[in-house]
Structures are given as C-alpha cells and as structure tokens.
Design a protein around this ligand. Structure first.
Ligand code: PMP
Ligand code: GLN
Length: 382
C-alpha cells in the first residue's frame, strides 16, 4: 500500500513558456534574457572544458570561484565571508534556497516572507516541514509594513526569508526598511535568509544593501545570490550562499545530498566573470534602465496600471482597465489574443483570490522584442 504522494504542480514558468512556443508568442513571461552573457566569460568556461576541467568540483565549489565570490562581497558591500568556510557554490540560487530551508527549518517552524514571493519559497519551506507565513506588500506601492511583520512573528517563527530587489514587484528595500527587518530578527532571535539575485539591477541611484550588513545580522544571515541574472547565463545555474561558517556548514550538509556539486567549467567561467570591472555592471544596469523605461511607458500608454520597478527586470501592473478580474484568465487569453506571454502574479500569493488582478512582464529582452510585444498588445487589446 502506498502512502499519500505529494503531487508536484508544474510551475507557472514552464506552463507559460510552453504557451509561448505553442502560439509563437513574444515571451515576456519567464525571466531569461535572449542574449548570452559576455564572450569573455563564455570563453573562460569553454577554455576550462578544453583544459579538462570536466569532473566533479569540490562539493563547496572550486577555490577560484569561492575566492571571487568573497572578493565580490567585500568590494561591493564591505562583507567579509571566509572563502574557505563562509562560501558554498550551488546549482543556482534555487539550490541555495532549498538547502538553506532544509538546513535551518525544522518541522513545525514558521518562515516569514513578504508576498508576493518567488514560487520556490513556499515549496522549499514545505519540503522542510515548515509553514510559510506571508506578510503582504500591498499594491500599488508594494512597500513593507513593519507593523505587519512584527505581528506575524510567533513562538514558532524560525526565520525571515527576504528577497530584495524583489521579484515580481521590483521593490528595493531601503535602509530604514532593512534596519527594521534586522531589529525584528535580532529581537526575536531569528535567522535570516536573503535572496539577492537581482543585486546588480537597482535603478535611479538607489543602493542594494545586504541585510547581513545590518547590526546584529552577520552571525544569523545566509546571503544568497546567483550569476544567472548578473551575467545573463541563467542556464549555467551557478549560485552561492555566503555567511558565518556555522550556518554555511549546515547549508553544505544538505547541499552535499542534493546535487553534491555541479557545473565545474561554468564555475571557472563565473570566477572570470566576477573579475569584471565596475564598467561592466554600469553598462549592464544602463541597458536595463533603458528597457525598463521603454516597457513601463509602453504599458502605461496601453492602459495598464504600472508600478515603475526600482530594481529587477520585471514590471508588475494592474489589469483592471481591461475588464478582467482574474490575472490568470488574462494570461491564458493573452498568447492567442495578442501573441504575447506574461505571468499572473496570483501564483506568487498564498491566497490568490484575495489579490487584485495583476500580471508581470519581464524586460530582459532585446529592445526590438519588447517593441514587438508592445505592438502586439496594442493590436490585440484594442
Ligand atoms: N530567486 C529569485 C527571486 C528569482 O527570480 C530566481 C530566478 N530565476 C531565483 C531565485 C532562482 O535563481 P537561479 O536561476 O540562479 O536558480
Ligand atoms: N526566476 C525566473 C522568473 O522569475 C524564472 C525561474 C524559473 O523558470 N523557474 O521568471
């Protein structure tokens, strides 16, 4: 006799990208750039393959990459993770999130995250036997309400899982908001796990500040990021977690039984990528700023209620103006009606029915593709 089986749901990204293929639609849904990252880093990975670096790397990642990650944290944020004990390379940020939840969350624990939140959070928390306790970022500004955060803490709360810059809303938590989150974590003796994969996509002179840098947080925070976004190589799946040796050791303890290790030549490619000068990051940001402005102006002009993103390569917008009360219905109609794909934000909420109808478009696409998408929306929604 078999016991209850957890039936995995297909993620919205898979569903919507399949619709994009079926209808030949412009895919402004799943967040992956059409263009590869810089040739220099592709060459570095290819060279590593040719040099025979094709077997298992050390479980915690090749030393060159761990040193480059530690140097990155020092250069940008003044953080000082130990490259030997305080850094672990993972199969994308996804594996780092899963390993951190499995390492730090006990059955019965509660994990607070601001919602909407990235879809893997709930799944990973539940795989660890915990419960996601969502705290709303309310439309249309999507700023954190620290009173609500405090009210969500119970005796079972184990950690706060924080994503800034925030997918899907584009909110970048500011200094005061992060300091308040840090105070709650310290007062209640909670861990923090931060998802900072969009750390280099922060617009208009704002600053990305890791929570680990706030008072009392260094010893209780696991900081997660990934090379996929910053270097436009989402398929390489090279991510990492940094933090105090004790917490990273626990993450490694789980990670060794998930993937053990992955992507040896890509790890060398990313070690080379992290040597990029500040001009790389500046040009990268500027190219996204232009596309953000193009897509937000275009969508607003079409009648979407647009919240201009402060960071990330996503824009969240309300669709009330189109007579839809359900974002999923809108996104399921869109490929056939307009030849465009978007993501319904309700999948990022614990209770999808309680949210306003809103959808997410990505602008990690060439200008011509974004323009083609806007043109199709204009024609199809007319
Ligand atoms: N966190 C967020 C907020 C994301 O948007 C993504 C995107 N894909 C991930 C984690 C996963 O990153 P990776 O592809 O490196 O596993
Ligand atoms: N992070 C990307 C997004 O939010 C896609 C991730 C995925 O396909 N699982 O669109």
């Amino acid at each position: 006799m078999t016991g209850p089986v957890r039936k995995p749901q297909t993620t919205i990204f898979t569903v919507m990208s399949a619709l994009a293929q079926q209808y030949g639609a412009v895919n402004l849904g799943q967040g992956f750039p059409d263009e590869s990252g810089p040739a220099r880093i592709i060459d570095a990975a290819a060279a590593a393959m040719r040099e025979g670096r094709n077997q298992y790397p050390p479980m915690q990642g090749v030393p060159e990459l761990r040193q480059a990650i530690a140097a990155h944290q020092r250069h940008w944020y003044g953080l000082a993770p130990d490259p030997d004990d305080g850094v672990v390379v993972t199969a994308g940020a996804s594996e780092a999130i899963a390993a951190a939840m499995l390492a730090l969350v006990q059955p019965g624990d509660e994990v607070i995250a601001f919602e909407p939140c990235y879809d893997s959070y709930k799944a990973c928390i539940e795989m660890a036997g915990g419960t996601l306790v969502p705290v709303r970022l309310e439309a249309p500004d999507y700023r954190p309400d620290l009173g609500r955060l405090r009210a969500a803490v119970t005796s079972r709360t184990r950690l706060i899982l924080l994503n800034s810059p925030h997918n899907p809303t584009g909110t970048v938590f500011d200094h005061g908001e992060l300091a308040a989150v840090a105070r709650v974590a310290v007062e209640h003796d909670l861990y923090a796990v931060t998802d900072e994969v969009y750390e280099h996509l922060v617009f208009d002179g704002r600053e990305h500040l890791p929570l680990a840098g706030f008072e009392g947080m260094a010893d209780r925070t696991v900081t997660i990021s990934s090379a996929g976004k910053t270097f436009s190589v989402t398929g390489w799946k090279i991510g990492w977690a940094t933090g105090p040796a004790e917490l990273i050791d626990r993450v490694k303890g789980v990670k060794q039984y998930l993937s053990f290790a992955s992507g040896t030549p890509f790890q060398y490619g990313i070690a080379a990528a992290l040597e990029s000068g500040e001009d790389y990051y500046r040009d990268y940001l500027e190219s996204y700023r232009e596309r953000r402005d193009l897509v937000t102006a275009g969508l607003a002009d079409l009648g979407f209620s647009v919240r201009e993103p402060e960071g990330t390569y996503f824009v969240t917008c309300g669709i009330e103006g189109f007579g839809y009360t359900d974002g999923m219905a809108f996104c399921l109609d869109l490929p056939e009606r307009c030849g465009v794909v978007a993501i319904p934000n309700q999948v990022f909420y614990a209770d999808p029915t309680a949210t306003r109808p809103e959808v997410r478009f990505t602008f990690c696409k060439p200008v011509e593709v974004i323009e083609a998408g806007l043109k199709r929306l204009r024609e199809g929604l007319a």
